[in-house]
Ligand binder design. Structure first.
Ligand code: HEC
Ligand code: HEC
Length: 320
């Protein structure tokens, strides 16, 4: 099932009960699974769920607390704080365009958006809740009862919870950057510095597009890029248990990268300047480090050009 839609977010507020969005149409085709076709009623319910702090055990954090609309649905914290004041070990990524990802989480451990929301809901370091309590909440709130009835023609269920959130998340689409205008043929949309940055980004010397390829600037493959090993997080090996998967992470999309600091799976890199310095080194020499990671040296001008190019990846509506 396919549907044409797009989303433009303005004056959104993670602390407001429902957030504030205005919707518009783009030419983006979003794939919907058969058991969760596009439905504006599911979107409305999903949006309310996404901004509702009562979903967390102590009623103090919502999905939007870690995925802040004004930060491209990412978080500025290195590690976001959970409902009990605890911290996990990964940085909250942007969920814009998650609709197009073949799998989720940086270890590729989750198959689809329908399954994903159950992880933060029940994770003790995130919302630390359980199905019984959230169903009790939905049933005690007449607006939820009515929204579930309209969207699913039933009383509140966890099935509906997962479908509504995923339906809402598939409306978080962004292809409104200067880079998109450039790809669509407007050669004046990038400054000459940004164009030089793009040429560098695509160059064999830097080799970035070997992995940050396609419209989302990701190959969605899993690589060890030579970052320092973290004892708590072995990346893809957490899922497979295989030594060859140690410290391998999914290539992130670079869209809205200017807004989503800090960077990397653990938020260990605080700025894009620092990130370029790290990439220049070519990383640590692990046996399974990707052969596509090469060391290089940027001139001061080249560094500025790349940073300018990254700015062209910001959605125009998020610039306000
Ligand atoms: C306490 C902070 C926190 C809360 C609350 C939270 N998330 Fe996340 N979210 C994260 C982190 C951290 C990750 C990265 C997990 C990983 O890669 O293993 C993530 C990953 C995701 C992803 C996958 C993104 C990708 O590209 O792989 C989606 C989708 C998502 N969250 C949606 C939600 C929804 C829906 C809710 C509410 C039900 C929610 N999150 C609540 C921190 C949070
Ligand atoms: C071998 C594949 C590969 C190559 C080549 C590569 N990257 Fe990456 N990149 C990744 C992976 C994988 C990550 C995530 C690592 C992590 O989460 O620990 C990443 C992370 C990043 C991030 C941080 C994104 C975020 O949201 O945290 C930026 C920015 C980035 N790369 C830019 C570049 C640039 C610029 C180049 C070229 C100089 C480049 N990359 C080359 C695979 C690659």
């Amino acid at each position: 099932m396919f549907a044409l839609l797009g989303q433009l977010f303005s004056c959104s507020d993670a602390d407001s009960p429902t957030g504030s969005f205005s919707i518009r149409t783009t030419n983006t085709v979003v794939h919907y699974p058969e058991d969760n076709t596009y439905d504006s009623n599911k979107v409305a319910l999903g949006q309310r769920l996404f901004f509702d702090k009562r979903l967390s055990k102590n009623k103090n954090i919502a999905c939007a607390s870690c995925h802040k609309p004004e930060l491209a649905f990412a978080d500025s914290a290195k590690i976001s704080v959970g409902t009990n004041g605890d911290f996990g070990f990964r940085n909250a990524p942007s969920i814009i365009n998650a609709a197009f990802k073949p799998y989720l989480h940086t270890d590729a451990g989750i198959e689809n958006l329908e399954l994903q929301s159950l992880a933060p809901l029940t994770d003790p370091q995130e919302m630390a809740n359980n199905y019984y309590s959230v169903l009790e909440l939905f049933n005690s709130d007449s607006e939820y009862v009515s929204l579930f009835k309209i969207a699913f023609d039933s009383t509140p269920t966890i099935y509906g919870f997962t479908r509504a959130l995923a339906n809402f998340e598939r409306t978080l689409i962004q292809f409104n950057s200067k880079y998109d205008d450039f790809l669509n043929g407007d050669s004046n949309s990038l400054t000459s510095s940004q164009k030089r940055g793009l040429t560098l980004f695509e160059s064999e010397r830097l080799n970035c597009t070997e992995c940050h390829s396609g419209k989302l600037l990701s190959d969605f493959s899993i690589h060890n890029i030579g970052l320092e090993f973290h004892s708590l997080d072995s990346g893809r090996a957490r899922i497979t248990g295989l030594a060859e998967d140690r410290n391998k992470f999914v290539t992130p999309s670079l869209r809205n990268i200017k807004l989503t600091a800090p960077y990397m799976h653990n938020g260990s890199v605080t700025s894009l300047t620092e990130l370029l310095t790290l990439l220049e080194t070519g990383g640590h020499d692990f046996p399974n480090k990707s052969e596509e990671i090469k060391s290089f040296k940027l001139s001061a001008q080249e560094r500025v050009d790349l940073l300018h190019f990254f700015e062209a990846l910001t959605d125009e509506q998020l610039k306000n």
